[in-house]
Design a binder for this molecule. Structure first.
Ligand code: NOJ
Length: 540
């Protein structure tokens, strides 16, 4: 096996991109593939190695395209299969990989599979979804809740049965116990893999199988403080052991192709993540890890989150770090712009594959969406708990014009009124966070120790987070001041500063036995005398 090409994803920086919000080419206010094509130059300039696209398939778009009505198509909003082929070819010319979303848990109710399945109890696809009888007393068979509110069971007159939906009523769950359904999903995967895509991100990978006894979920602790769908602990609907066999099946399908990546959505606590790598049979290459997003911006919390995650990895499991996504609140809004720069350095220097979401590279914050423009069903159906995901999904801001250079029409979601934070302006300003992201990606590419090197935490105090990355004779020290005031790190720092979060660092060097960092400053130092064990250090 050629480690470098087959496991390209270990060294890659991966950029999540929602095509609907990236670039519109035809003035309908919704982004599309030709629009994305026209912005490839930007992605190449930024230096990302792979794109993960949120769904581009036919969809009524009740859930941001995660309600798919034909897995083997490109929705007309986005263009055509030819556009997709052109995109794959151009990206590959530029050495950029393409990952698509695979949504194996559910379809849209408009998918022909469901139309057939719901028609009768004895059609060829009758068992492709999760159908069941009412409870003895009538009504839904148990207390399972949809994540989008209300019972997860929906009555169907034609069959005189209920069907199960983890998400919207219009998103029926597929029955992964049915071998024909599994084979059909494998066909869908091959359809895209044969077109040359480089991998999939598996949506909702933890919920593919539900308890066959349909046992009730127990009430959650402190349930009354939680949004209604979270008031029961999903013991019998999430993380069932059989789900892992489904992931193994998906992995076997992708492993028939060379050098493809399988990553997947795993929500929840770090200690669950290990299962998703697999033991005897491989599962996901990269179960997405949101620990940095779930963590307070505090050195002790960060150290603990990093350590807990690293320790939760099984032998051979490759780490992955995510700082943004289409379901996640923009982190720049919670930690602020100064800390966002430090976080960017942390993301690009930790051991593991970094993922960020379009707009993170300009420090995009949550965009205010007026009530009458809300699109997200989560907010419409579970109102008042701050669950709306539209503020992160607003179209990209390429310039400071009202529509941000995104469209000549009316953007499908509004952009922020103050357009000062935009790509054009930040490309011109070498001190911008955009340039910092770009430089970090470039330093990471140049220094293999940052891509593949071992991670050694360094003991540090007073709000400084420090660690080393080492590979062969190369050793790098990363020192990040998490405090909003200057701090001195003491320890062996002899070497060259490769990059600071503060581009005006002057002089750009450090002292041999310490480094004085300004508020929120981080530095990457290439140590002069590599080889020694990661030493102790203090800060004051
Ligand atoms: C997970 C996706 O990331 C999310 O956006 C979507 O709402 C759910 N799956 C349901 O499709």
């Amino acid at each position: 096996m050629n480690e470098v090409t087959d496991e390209w994803w270990k060294s890659a920086v991966i950029y999540e991109l929602a095509p609907i919000s990236f670039q519109d080419s035809n003035g309908d206010g919704r982004g599309d593939l030709p629009g994305l094509f026209s912005r490839i130059e930007y992605l190449a300039w930024l230096g990302v190695d792979a794109l993960w696209l949120t769904p581009i398939y036919n969809s009524p778009f009740r859930d941001f395209g995660y309600d798919i009505s034909d897995f083997r198509s490109v929705d007309r909003t986005f263009g055509s299969l030819d556009d997709m082929d052109r995109l794959i070819a151009r990206l590959h010319e530029l050495n950029i990989k393409l990952i698509l979303d695979l949504v194996p848990n559910h379809t849209s109710c408009d998918h022909e599979w469901f139309v057939e399945s719901r028609a009768s109890r004895d059609n060829p696809k009758a068992d492709w979804y999760i159908w069941t009888e009412p409870a003895e007393t009538g009504g839904p068979p148990n207390n399972w809740l949809s994540r989008f509110g209300g019972s997860a069971w929906q009555w169907c007159d034609a069959r005189g049965q209920y069907y199960y939906h983890s998400f919207l009523v219009e998103q029926p769950d597929l029955n992964w116990r049915n071998p024909d359904l599994r084979a059909a999903i494998a066909d869908v995967m091959r359809f895209w893999l044969d077109r040359g895509i480089d991998g999939f991100r598996v949506d909702a990978s933890a919920v593919l199988i539900k308890d066959h006894l349909l046992r009730d979920n127990p009430p959650a602790p402190q349930a009354e403080d939680k949004p209604p769908p979270q008031r029961f602990t999903p013991v019998f609907t999430d993380d069932r052991p059989e789900t892992m066999q489904c992931i193994e099946f998906i992995r076997e399908t992708i492993d028939r192709y060379d050098s493809r990546l399988l990553c997947g959505e795993v929500q929840g606590k770090t200690d669950r993540i290990g299962h998703f790598y697999g033991t005897e049979r491989p599962r996901l290459h990269l179960p997405l890890n949101f620990a940095l997003l779930d963590c307070d911006w505090d050195v002790l919390a960060l150290q603990a989150a990093i350590d807990a995650y690293m320790n939760a990895l099984p032998k051979g499991g490759w780490p992955v770090w995510v700082i943004g996504g289409h379901d996640k609140q923009r982190i720049a809004s919670s930690i602020g712009q100064a800390a966002m720069r430090t976080l960017a350095m942390l993301l690009m220097t930790l051991k593991g594959t970094p993922f960020f979401f379009m707009g993170d590279e300009i420090g995009r914050e949550r965009v205010h969406i007026p009530d009458d423009r809300i699109d997200d069903p989560f907010e419409k159906l579970v109102k008042g708990y701050g669950l709306c995901r539209d503020p992160e999904r607003a179209p990209m801001r390429w310039d400071d014009s009202p529509a941000g250079g995104f469209t000549t029409g009316t953007p499908w979601l509004p952009l922020e009124k103050d357009g000062a934070r935009n790509i054009e302006q930040q490309r011109r300003d070498e001190r911008s966070i955009l340039h910092l992201f770009r430089s970090l990606i470039a330093v990471r590419r140049k220094h293999r120790a940052l891509q593949r090197g071992e991670y050694h935490p360094v003991r540090a105090r007073h709000n400084i987070l420090a660690f080393k990355r080492s590979l062969d004779q190369s050793e790098l020290l990363i020192v990040l001041n998490i405090a909003a005031e200057p701090r001195r790190f003491e320890g062996d720092c002899r070497g060259n500063v490769l990059l600071s979060t503060h581009p005006d660092r002057s002089p750009p060097t450090v002292e041999p036995a310490s480094v004085l960092l300004r508020a929120n400053e981080g530095v990457i130092i290439e140590l002069e005398r590599p080889g020694g064990p990661a030493g102790a250090a203090t800060a004051q």
